[in-house]
Each structure stands twice: as C-alpha cells, then as structure tokens.
Design a binder for this molecule. Structure first.
Ligand SMILES: [Fe+2]
Length: 342
C-alpha cells in the first residue's frame, strides 16, 4: 500500500487554513469551492503533493492511504440517519475540504445526477431498512466486491473514502490487481467484449429524490434513468480486463452480471478470475482521519458486514469519485464546467 502519515506539525498548519476555507465557502457543494479546488490544492504540503503524484503517475499500489488528519469525534455530532441534507452545516467541513483538495491532485471530482441527488461528496452510512440490500448503505450483509460504477462508460478512475467514524472496525475489502497471478488466468478470454454487465442498484430512481427542483436537469436525469432502464433490458457486452495484457486493468461487478449466454471458455475464465480475487482480498479498516484512494482500474472493493447501531454513533464515511478524463463524459454533462453526469 502507498501510505503517508500526516504529522502534528502538518495538522497544525493545515487546520487553521482549512477552517478558514470552510468559513468562506459554507458547504462542500459550493460550486466556487469546486472550481477553486485544483488551484488551492497546490498549497498542500509539498511532501503530500509528491506522494499523490507518485500514486497517480506510477501506480505503485492500487490503494493510497493518507492517515493522521485530525478529526475530533466529539465535535462531529451524531452520524446522520440518511445522506439527504448532510451537506448543510457540516461539522466536518474542514476535513471534507482537505479530502477534496487531495482528490483534485489526482483528477476531477464528479457526481452522478442519479446518485445522492447529484452531490459531489457522498455520505456512506448505514440506513435503516437497507440492512440486507445490495447497496453501500447496507450493513448486516456484505457489500459484494465490485469496480465502482462498472456498468457505466463514464465510471471514475478512483473511488475514495474519508473515515469520520468506524466504531466497530467494519472493514473495507480491497483486491489489488497487482496481487493476482495473471499467468494462471485466461487473460485473452477476459479481454473479449462478451461479458454482460448490468447497472447497479445505486443508480435506481427509487434511491433518488423525485425532482432536482430544476426542470432542465430533471429532463436530463429522466433521459439517464431511461438509458439505465434500456441497459437493464438490453445489457451491454464488454470486456472485464483491458489495458496491458501482462498487467491488466479490471472492470467487473459480478453481483450485477448476467452469465446466461456466456461461452464455457468465458465462464471458466471469469470464475477463475473471481476465485483469485477472493483469495487475494485484503481487509482495510479505516480509522477516523484516514483517507483511502482506491484505483478503480487496479482494484475491486467491497465492505464486510457489520451491526448497525442507529444511535448516532454509527460508521460514517465521505466518498468522492474522481476521473482523469472529465471530457470523456462531456456528452453526459450540460456544460464543460458542470461536474455532474446526467
Ligand atoms: Fe463501491
């Protein structure tokens, strides 16, 4: 793992600056803050900038962990019961800004109109009623391992998590492509465009507010939901591996894949890959103040089950999606500077 621990001195310099930025911008969803983030990020400690650049450029590991950011759990207040409206009056705004500035050095942060009402920074917390649902807000059931948004052509290069609370040490699971024995797998079969990937539950209309409040955005989002419905009815066939055949990138979400029409060779190659992924899955227990960037090309991730508390002390993470090719989604966004994919 690519790892860096912030020092007390770095925290002492960072936190007053972050607190000032928080007071100026009010919420992490402030478009002005989003616009400024890539420039503000240059003021992060040079040691941290070099560390992030090494991860971005050379891919030394699928996971990049920054630890030691000061988080005072007593001043955070109760874990929200739902992600709705958590962007207002956030007690963790200085930490959220730090997270966003680090992310801005890896690429462009973006949101989905079909997820958490189009917000850029998501909340990951257990939601009552979702305990056994295949969704990040579940708890009693494992969140099956996957590539983030595997079904979508605009999926991110990185999915990243910042931990605010994790009282029972619920583990994030990560498998690094670098730990797999590719010579033992049928890589050529896995490069073929024959694997049917379905949209995942997180993009369904029932998990999103009925209206954005803006008729033009509502129209775009309706189109997107229709497209997702059409992908459900006529699944797209794609490869699960791409890039270098000796050290491939991956894109798969087995829970949302339909295996009925695959050839025996494809099926065997896929099963062997899944077996290797499971054998090489590592637990990553995030502590408050930890930020993990997960390379969405080089790793799949999931989460082990845990007992939710629903008393305000629950596990609480923030999540950002990051792309290195924001223009790849231009057809899906209303304007060049709009970071939300419809
Ligand atoms: Fe995920």
């Amino acid at each position: 793992m690519h790892q860096l621990m912030l020092t007390a001195e770095e925290n002492a310099v960072l936190l007053p600056w972050l607190t000032e930025l928080a007071a100026t911008h009010g919420t992490i969803e402030n478009p002005e803050l989003l616009r400024r983030a890539p420039v503000l990020a240059y003021a992060l400690p040079p040691r941290l900038l070099e560390f992030l650049e090494e991860y971005r450029r050379n891919e030394p590991s699928a996971v990049c962990l920054i630890s030691g950011l000061d988080v005072d759990e007593r001043t955070l207040g109760p874990t929200p019961e739902h992600w709705r409206n958590t962007q207002h009056g956030s007690t963790a705004l200085p930490q959220e800004i730090f997270f966003m500035l680090c992310a801005a050095r890896l690429g462009d942060v973006f949101g989905w109109s079909t997820q958490q009402d189009g917000r850029i920074m998501h909340d990951v917390l257990p939601i009552k009623g979702h305990e056994h649902y295949e969704l990040g807000s579940n708890s009693l059931q494992h969140l099956s391992w996957h590539t983030e948004d595997a079904f979508h052509p605009c999926r991110g290069d990185y999915v990243s998590l910042m931990c605010l609370k994790n009282p029972d040490d619920a583990a994030t699971m990560v498998c690094d492509a670098g730990s797999l024995d590719w010579s033992a797998l049928d890589v050529d079969a896995l490069f073929e465009s024959v694997f049917t990937q379905m949209p995942d539950n997180s993009h369904l209309p029932q998990n999103t507010a009925e209206s954005t409040g803006d008729p033009a955005q509502d129209r775009l989002r309706k189109r997107s939901f229709e497209l997702i419905r059409s992908w459900n009815e006529n699944p797209v066939q794609r490869p699960v591996l791409f890039g270098d055949r000796h050290d491939p990138y991956m894109a798969l979400d087995p829970y949302h894949m339909k295996q009925e029409d695959w050839s025996e060779r494809s099926l065997n190659a896929f099963r062997e890959l899944c077996e290797q992924v499971e054998k090489n899955m590592q637990d990553l227990v995030l502590r408050p103040g930890d930020i993990a960037f997960i390379d969405n090309f080089r790793a799949v991730h999931g989460r082990r089950s845990f007992q939710p508390r629903y008393d305000g002390s629950d596990r609480w993470l923030k999540r950002l999606n990051i792309t290195r090719n924001i223009r790849g989604s231009r057809a899906w966004r209303p304007s060049a500077g709009d970071p939300v994919i419809y």
